[in-house]
Design a protein. Sequence first.
Length: 226
Amino acid sequence: MSKRIQKQLNSFKYKGEPIRITLGTLIMTGLCVLLIIVATFTQITIKHPYLPLDTISYLSQDYLSDSDILHHFIKTYQYIPQIPVVFFIVALMGRKFGILSIIGYIILGFFFPIFALGGGIKYLFEYGFGYILAFLPAVFFAGTLLKGKVAFLRVLAISTIGVITIHILGMLYMLFIATLRHAPMELVTSWIANQSGIQILYDIFFTVIAVYLGKQARKLIWIVMC
């Protein structure tokens, strides 16, 4: 193989280089913002077996039908995949364009109702806005550590820390807003349980998958856009 042909082949081989700023990558960033919006209003029904805390007492009851038992030990959850999509974007586009996508999403949300409960500047005082703001440090952290090839355990660690960061900062912001509103603690705990209960486990699981998909798709994006 001649050196000229080898050089041409190497120019199309992804070696972990950062994606450059081009018209194509800016268009891709806009599409990533759209992807976050779509994920915000997407619900996935998840069903899987689980063991509730009342398993022993429940099974000790009389006259339980097979359908009753099956229904009791099947968990049905309406999952919103916004957080995995955010990590997919940072794995796909890198830290710089990942942060740009989140900033674009937030700015658009101040003018259009693209957040989960609407939009506008008043959304700053919504309980859930802290989760959106927390995307920024999580993307910075993940984008910094996801450079080059990464092993499964490292992806799992990055995903876990990133997801927990979002939820912790989201809960702290929620407590701050609740303090400003003098909201009862029962309402706050209900919000936290709804936003950061079992959701955290689902977020970690799907984020690991999303990161791997993003890393694979990044190779193609690098070739097409660079």
